[in-house]
Design a protein around this ligand. Structure first.
Ligand code: F1P
Length: 349
């Protein structure tokens, strides 16, 4: 019998190795990828996915717009499929970036098909399984096999596909030094997992905690949303993501001494974001802050902020994992959830 959570544990701790493999794979294809991005003369980028990969799309769009200086946004695949007119402008040359771990989520496949049928721009796909439909549905298909997983909830797939998106942005922008610095991320990730697994276990095992708020701004909002989803999927806990300063506009009413705030604190706006956490602590909340310096969890990554964001994920994944175990659940098999959501022709799951 497989021990409860053994797949997820392996997937979380093997992330740095998967990032190394991903960077190696994409570096080998960089000529082809760069030509595709340059020749497309795109005016806008639309990222999409479902669930975890939608949150990934949010994070990737933010970093793409920041690094490439091209308008980029993200929508769930179902919105692109069902509401194309509000999703993208037909007058613009748009690149659709479709992301899926499984490569077979129906909504993502339908979003790609409808985008192509409407004669829009090009499609780039990122997925993990070469034989699945999404892996041949785009004009350029990147297959990041290092992200494959046995668990239902995404951890390694998410961070690996995210590293892939950050690499694409840096490549597109000709930011060679960012690309080179990305090679330092696996070591930083290994150190982080070694140094903070116990802290994650401490918070994850504290069953007096009742509610979890994940605060992240700019390119970190999508990552906060993903950590929030981990808390739901793995540990069946009440959790919500917010942009940092939004937390004061209502959600702070929910703070009690049984609240944990997980703060993805930036370098650029460290003071403003840290202040929200300090204020909530004064109101009784427990706080776990993460940043490159002056935080409970320190990355000490030595890499620029634009490429460092993946480091906010592992500790949060581990808190969810440990809480799941502490509640007697199996993190590998969340309630009511399958690895892939497939819809029939009537839209039924
Ligand atoms: C997307 C997704 C996951 C979720 C669950 C069901 O899958 O919604 O985010 O955790 O596994 O599928 P994919 O399109 O990225 O394979």
């Amino acid at each position: 019998m497989v021990e409860r959570g053994s797949y997820t544990r392996t997937e979380i701790f093997s992330q740095p190795d998967a990032w190394t493999k991903t960077l190696h794979y994409l570096t080998g294809l960089s000529g082809e990828i760069k030509s595709f991005l340059d020749e497309g003369q795109f005016e806008a980028v639309l990222f999409t996915g479902c669930g975890s990969t939608y949150y990934l799309a949010l994070a990737a769009a933010a970093i793409c717009q920041q690094v490439v200086q091209i308008p980029a946004r993200a929508l769930p695949a179902s919105e692109i499929w069902l509401y194309p007119d509000s999703a993208y402008l037909t007058s613009q040359k748009t690149l659709l970036v479709a992301i899926s771990r499984s490569g077979e989520t129906t909504e993502t496949l339908r979003a790609v098909a409808s985008f192509r049928e409407r004669g829009q721009g090009k499609v780039l796909t990122l997925s993990c399984y070469p034989t699945m439909p999404l892996a041949s549905a785009g004009h350029l298909n990147l297959i990041i096999e290092a992200g494959q997983e046995d668990s239902v909830a995404q951890t390694r797939a998410f961070s690996t596909l995210y590293v892939g998106c950050v690499f694409l942005a840096a490549l597109w922008a000709d930011e060679t030094s960012l690309i080179n610095d990305m090679a330092k991320l696996p070591q930083a990730g290994t150190n982080l997992l070694r140094d903070y697994a116990d802290v994650a276990k401490q918070f994850g095992s504290d069953l007096s905690l009742e509610r979890f708020y994940l605060l992240g701004s700019g390119p970190r909002y999508g990552l906060a949303a993903e950590v929030s989803l981990k808390m739901k999927e793995m540990s069946l806990s009440h959790s919500e993501p917010f942009h940092f300063l939004e937390y004061r506009h209502g959600p702070m009413s929910m703070v009690t001494d049984k609240t944990l705030l997980y703060g993805l604190v930036s370098e650029a706006n460290h003071a403003a974001e840290k202040l929200v956490l300090t204020e909530m602590k004064a109101r009784g909340a427990q706080v776990l802050s993460l940043s490159d310096s002056d935080a409970d969890v320190l990355f000490k990554s030595g890499v620029p902020e634009a490429i460092r964001n993946v480091l906010y994920l592992p500790v949060g994944q581990l808190v969810a994992f440990e809480r799941s175990l502490a509640k007697g659940l199996n993190p590998d098999r969340p309630n009511n959830l399958e690895t892939v959501v497939r819809l029939d022709n009537n839209g039924h799951a």
